[in-house]
Design a protein around this ligand. Structure first.
Ligand code: 13P
Ligand code: SF4
Length: 312
């Protein structure tokens, strides 16, 4: 047998073993659009951060295997204190999640006593615990608009905050200097060159991209927003400015359309740590379980639940 065929056979065996283990352990597998294709293939549900948070409160299985980065595992645990939440690789992290501090939040609260601290879900449980409401890229605009506060401290992502500020000029949005290293690396030159090469294509961008890149976009939205837009657009060709994991679902939904990455740097190392081997180990050995202290659970769960309430 050819080496390639042998590899494919081993891959299929792993997938079949994961399906068996899932039943044995009464587990459900949730995956973000950025994890490797073969992990998305074995997932029961695939979605963006908002969908995964919502879904985590509805699934019945005793164990949730969250295929994503650590803030996603923490959010699933915060919303499901009684379930076992497993993160296939506890080192799968999102650097942006750490790009603010409790001290910075306290300083802004002292300066603006009526401020609302709006925390993008890409943040640690500790940052959430000191915030008023969480948002994801798919509901940030609606939630910030609906808040009664004039002053909004938007943490940790500066790019998403700038985008929100541009759409809601009546609010005073206080910026924090956090960013996604992957989206920040997509440059305006990358996008301009792709536009020159594919002049018919629409540019679809995640709001974590820089302001200059967003200015070139035809559509700006979360990963599920990008997927929905690509599926319903009359356009046949797209330049996509977000992590390349999303191409799996883009091509599945629209096999006849053509998708070009905006640059060659769109890979999130944290998301790519989630492999089939890791998922199998998580199911077999019950690792890595997400554990948060009782106090943290109580404080960090509040802004997440407020997001779910306000987003409805
Ligand atoms: P979504 O909110 O679109 O799922 O994005 C999460 C993320 O990590 C983007 O980099
Ligand atoms: Fe974090 Fe960026 Fe990876 Fe999203 S793509 S998980 S924001 S590092």
């Amino acid at each position: 047998m050819e080496e390639k065929e042998k590899m494919e056979e081993r891959l299929e065996e792993k997938k079949a073993r994961i399906q068996e283990l899932k039943k044995e352990k009464n587990a459900v597998i949730l995956a973000h659009y950025y994890v490797p294709d073969e992990v998305q293939e074995i997932a029961d549900y695939i979605g963006d951060s908002y969908y995964l948070s919502q879904l985590a409160t509805k699934v019945e299985a005793k164990t949730v295997v969250l295929c994503g980065v650590s803030f996603m595992g923490e959010s699933a645990k915060l919303l499901n204190p009684d379930k076992t939440v497993l993160l296939p690789d506890e080192e799968a992290d999102c650097p942006m999640a750490h790009m603010c501090t409790v001290e910075k939040i306290e300083k802004v609260r002292a300066e603006y006593p009526d401020v609302a601290v709006v925390c993008y879900v890409n943040s640690t449980a500790e940052l959430k615990a000191h915030s008023d409401v969480c948002v994801t890229s798919s509901n940030a605009l609606n939630i910030v608009k609906a808040l009664p506060n004039e002053h909004i401290y938007f943490i940790p992502d500066e790019n998403l905050a700038r985008y929100v500020a541009s759409q809601i000029p009546e609010k005073h949005i206080i910026l924090n200097d956090g960013y996604c290293p992957i989206h920040k690396e997509i440059t305006v030159n990358d996008v301009a060159e792709k536009k020159k090469a594919y002049p018919q294509a629409e540019v679809l961008a995640h709001p974590e991209c820089t302001w200059e890149v967003l200015a070139l976009a035809d559509y700006i939205g979360s990963t599920s927003g990008i997927l929905a837009h690509a599926a319903q657009s009359d356009c046949q060709e797209f330049i996509v400015a977000t992590e390349t994991g999303v191409f799996y679902e883009l091509k599945k939904n629209s096999p006849d359309k053509v998708f070009h990455p905006a640059s060659d740097v769109q890979l999130c190392p944290g998301m790519k740590k989630v492999t089939l081997d890791r998922v199998m180990e998580a199911l077999l050995q019950g690792k890595d379980e997400v554990i948060l202290s009782g106090e943290m659970m109580k404080l960090a769960n509040r802004p997440l639940n407020k997001m779910l309430e306000m987003a409805q």
